[in-house]
Design a protein around this ligand. Structure first.
Ligand SMILES: [Zn+2]
Length: 197
């Protein structure tokens, strides 16, 4: 059954004997899917993959109320992704020439100025802004991707790419298992020594 055909208020029964609406239990979110769980025993009651924006649009147009309820959030997410993608640093030649053999660039963060606005990742060298792009929550993989471009641009002269205090809450998010700051500093250190990161 698809997400938009599923009624989470309809009564379902679990193997353990509990019955009630699926919405009475917890929802667990995973990378590729989410599921409803029995409030008594924790067994999985129903699993769904995240609807694609195209599906939400189509179902909403067909009159599905759940899809209509989610449409605005889905469109908001879609336009955010378009803005974020368009703002991304893509190539080393988009960055300025910098002097010195120990170049340190900061990964900084600017909060949204108004409700509904975007947060920004700002790259600074000696306090001067050299790039800005829309910030991703839990953007560890983006931080790594930008590191790769900085290494391409500045080579072994890149001595550090620290994340400022202001950026860390957004960078780490709820994902306390990964340590992008430590990983990136390790990559830069290896590159300084060997020029092969
Ligand atoms: Zn159960």
């Amino acid at each position: 059954m698809g997400w938009y055909e599923f009624d989470e208020n309809e009564v379902v029964s679990c193997k353990c004997g509990w019955s009630g609406p699926a919405s009475a239990g917890g929802i667990e979110f995973f990378g590729e899917c989410f599921s409803y769980e029995c409030p008594e025993c924790g067994r999985t009651l129903a699993v769904f993959s995240y609807p694609l924006i195209e599906e939400t649009k189509r179902k909403a147009a067909e009159g599905n109320e759940k899809a209509q309820g989610e449409l605005q959030a889905a469109l908001g997410r879609e336009s955010f992704m378009e803005r974020a993608k368009a703002s991304e640093l893509e190539r080393p030649d988009q960055l300025p020439d910098l002097d010195g053999d120990e170049i340190v660039i900061e990964w900084d963060f600017e909060d949204r100025e108004k409700q509904g606005g975007d947060c920004w990742t700002v790259l600074r060298h000696n306090g001067r802004e050299i790039w800005r792009e829309v910030a991703y929550y839990e953007g560890g993989s983006r931080y790594h991707a930008v590191t790769t471009i900085l290494i391409e641009r500045y080579g072994t002269r890149l001595a550090g790419f620290p994340a400022t205090e202001a950026s860390r809450l957004y960078l780490y998010g709820d994902d306390w298992r990964s340590d992008p700051v430590g990983e990136v500093s390790g990559r830069i250190e290896r590159n300084r020594k060997t020029g092969t990161e």
